[in-house]
Ligand binder design. Structure first.
Ligand SMILES: C[S@@+](CC[C@H](N)C(=O)[O-])C[C@H]1O[C@@H](n2cnc3c(N)ncnc32)[C@H](O)[C@@H]1O
Length: 222
């Protein structure tokens, strides 16, 4: 099936509210566990950037699991960042989780200043997927940990509809539509392999941790 891009930013009041209130426990817990499993040797302190952080649920989970780390969530959506700020305050993490408004690619973001880069569900929003991989290389230092996860595009629209029924049957309509459109906009594993090779990141370990996700993890060249 051909990729069908969806709007890059999801920043309407309705979308951000539904997204911030949605239960992403399964995929966000999978993401956080994958980070800790892939990089068991992370030092006690460090700086991590989460690209396309959305409502910051993943930033908060990581901050709770890595108590010596400072997390910077980066997102282009003003409404989404407002939700993120509320969530960070509610978790009492405003001294360790910083939120930054930036539209990637952003050459103004400081170069090589993060020890780890993470991103979940941003790639399929980007008209040019290299934006994500190049931003990771811009922001990371030599040897920085990188973990990126996203949906993978199903074979056809029937398979996309089946995944929505399986995993979002009880979700609000706006979220079901977002999920369906995101599956159609997602990249395939072979497209990710091609992107990694173009970014000089072909050494990242690429896996499919569920029936709808791919996950790439590894370190920037030292
Ligand atoms: C599907 S959400 C994922 C949010 C979060 N990572 C999560 O897993 O819950 C994608 C986010 O990427 C942001 N985004 C899309 N394009 C962006 C860009 N070029 N620069 C920065 N953020 C972007 C959107 O505003 C949105 O908040």
């Amino acid at each position: 099936m051909e990729r069908k891009p969806e709007p890059e930013l999801m920043d309407s009041e309705e979308q951000t509210q539904a997204y911030a209130e949605a239960d992403f426990e399964e995929s966000n817990a999978l993401f956080t566990r994958a980070l800790l499993d892939a990089f068991q040797d992370l030092p006690g302190t460090g700086n991590l950037a989460d690209l396309g952080c959305g409502p910051a649920d993943i930033c908060i989970r990581i901050a709770q699991r890595l108590p010596g780390w400072r997390i910077t969530g980066i997102d282009a959506g003003e409404n989404m960042l407002r939700r993120a700020r509320e969530a960070v305050m509610a978790a009492g993490l405003e001294r360790r989780v910083m939120l930054r408004h930036a539209y990637l690619p952003d050459p103004g973001l400081s170069r090589h200043s993060f020890d780890a880069i993470t991103s979940n569900s941003l790639l399929h929003h980007l008209p040019d997927p290299m934006t994500l991989w190049n931003s990771a290389c811009q922001l990371g230092r030599p040897g920085s940990a990188i973990l990126v996860m996203d949906l993978r595009r199903p074979r056809d629209e029937q398979e996309a509809a089946r995944l929505v029924d399986t995993y979002a049957a009880d979700a609000p309509v706006v979220l079901k539509e977002d999920f369906y459109n995101s599956l159609l906009a997602a990249y395939t594993v072979s497209e990710i392999e091609d992107q990694l090779s173009r970014a000089g990141l072909e050494h990242l370990n690429l896996q499919t941790p569920s029936d709808r996700h791919w996950l790439a993890a590894g370190r920037l060249a030292a």
